[in-house]
Design a protein around this ligand. Structure first.
Ligand code: SF4
Length: 211
């Protein structure tokens, strides 16, 4: 598999935020979000066997592994890697951009699925049927850049009864819309969601890689 980087850090997002976690960043992405902060993962990477990836992960000593990208489901071997990790009893988080059918993800893995808002310029790429395949263990993530994104998010949450289906996360594009403002809107509208900040961008310089 072509791998961009493997490293240990703390999980900066999701309901696992703050926990030690090993990240496996798979090279390649089919989307081009306006605010993408991992453009370096579009092409760069090294071909590594699944066995070598597993050995590297074992050496890093953590119970949680986040399979991310790029877009992990753009690689046909990702489900095999996830299966092997589950066999070794890791808690496996799979971060996906929502454009691929998530039924390829082995059931015991936890899916963290983006729902791309209008300002990302990638809303049209969503595979909306995926919402039917989410469980209460999974999480969907909206990254907001404007009031327009917020209003759109609210409509999607209501239309698909998302808070009943799964865990809903709302965050902001770093250094764009004020988190305080978004929290205020969430409270005014009584949305049943979890607001999140990208912890790692506050701990380290936002551009830092491998953290
Ligand atoms: S899906 Fe993720 S990796 Fe791909 S362009 Fe969007 S933000 Fe970047």
């Amino acid at each position: 598999m072509k791998i961009n980087e493997i490293f240990k850090s703390i999980q900066g997002e999701t309901s696992y935020a703050g926990l030690p976690c090993i990240f496996v960043r798979i090279t390649g992405c089919n989307l081009r979000c306006s605010y993408c902060d991992t453009t370096y993962a579009y092409e760069d990477g090294t071909e590594i066997t699944i066995q070598s990836i597993l050995e590297c992960i074992t050496g890093l000593k953590s119970k949680i592994v986040c399979v991310t990208g790029g877009e992990p489901l753009s690689n046909k071997d990702t489900p095999v890697l996830i299966k092997e990790l589950l066999k070794k009893n890791y808690v496996v988080l799979v971060e996906t951009n929502g454009s691929y059918d998530i039924r390829t993800v082995p059931k015991k893995a936890i899916k963290i699925m983006d729902i791309k808002c209008p300002d990302s310029s990638m809303s049209h790429s969503m595979h909306w049927q995926n919402i039917n395949y989410l469980t209460k263990l999974d999480e969907v993530k909206f990254v907001l850049n404007s009031r327009r994104d917020y209003d759109w998010t609210k409509e999607v949450i209501h239309e698909y009864h998302l808070s009943r289906v799964t865990n809903v996360l709302i965050g902001t594009v770093f250094s764009s819309i004020s988190p305080k403002l978004v929290v205020q809107w969430i409270l005014e509208d009584n949305l049943d969601v979890r607001f999140q900040l990208q912890l790692h961008k506050y701990i380290w310089v936002p551009e830092t890689r491998g953290v």
